[in-house]
Design a protein around this ligand. Structure first.
Ligand SMILES: C[S@@+](CC[C@H](N)C(=O)[O-])C[C@H]1O[C@@H](n2cnc3c(N)ncnc32)[C@H](O)[C@@H]1O
Length: 232
């Protein structure tokens, strides 16, 4: 598996858009808020001027970045208008419908691209990372936040929670249990740790690093777009 079916993904998010934020907070017991705050603290250190939050959804990460980097220009994009409508209403500075696999931006337009819980849902992970690399200026950063699978003693209980408990709770909250069974499968298929860093390198990033969160249930991956050789 190297990616997901975009038609299914767009439809699934359109159906859960109205209950997405609440369901996230319930299913993660609020931990997703702490993960996004951690991302905010990391990106503040980079002092970005122009930020693209790809697959922004309801805009939770874009809002956190706006809070931590008040001088930055922040644009949130997503290919699902139903999700993006919530980002607009919650105060994301600027939003635009756009497919992450084919971003409608010039090369090197942003000095930071972020994507939270979005890359895993895209049609091709490697191609999506390459496309993000294209719109980052030389020396600019990419930050990916996404689910990963914990190892060791947490692995079994987390697998049970993910596959058996989570789709039931989410089914009650959203009426869309199927979308959340997809979530469990998509996490199992998605590369994490060193495998993700390898994808970063292949997409043209350097200085790549992985930071596991909450025992490895999620991870932050960072990379820098290499300087373009002038050839002179
Ligand atoms: C799990 S939500 C994440 C939303 C938000 N980033 C957050 O942290 O809560 C995944 C989002 O990715 C979007 N998405 C998936 N594939 C996409 C693509 N190819 N282009 C743009 N958005 C995409 C979906 O529409 C959905 O809004």
């Amino acid at each position: 598996m190297t990616g997901q079916d975009p038609k299914f993904v767009k439809g699934a998010f359109a159906k859960i858009a109205d209950r997405y934020v609440l369901t996230n907070h319930v299913l993660s017991a609020g931990t997703d808020i702490l993960w996004r705050k951690k991302v905010g603290r990391i990106v503040r250190e980079w002092n970005p001027r122009k930020v693209l939050d790809v697959a922004t959804g309801t805009g939770d990460l874009a809002l956190e970045i706006q809070k931590k980097c008040p001088d930055a220009e922040v644009l949130g994009t997503d290919f699902c208008p139903e999700m993006l409508a919530h980002a607009e209403n919650s105060g994301v500075q600027k939003t635009q419908v756009a497919d992450a696999m084919n971003l409608p931006f010039e090369d090197g337009e942003f000095d930071l691209v972020t994507v939270a819980f979005g890359l895993r849902n895209m049609a091709g992970w490697q191609d999506a990372l390459k496309e993000m690399n294209r719109v980052i200026s030389p020396g600019g950063h990419l930050l990916v936040l996404d689910f990963s699978l914990p190892k060791g003693i947490l692995a079994k209980p987390y697998g049970f929670y993910l596959n058996k408990v989570l789709p039931r709770i989410a089914g009650v909250l959203t009426g869309q249990g199927e979308a959340y069974r997809y979530l469990a499968g998509s996490i199992g298929d998605f590369p994490s740790g060193e495998a993700m860093l390898e994808l970063f390198r292949k997409a043209g990033f350097s200085g790549e690093e992985a930071k596991p969160l909450s025992g490895g249930i999620a991870s932050i991956y960072c990379g820098t777009r290499g300087k373009v050789e002038s050839g002179l």
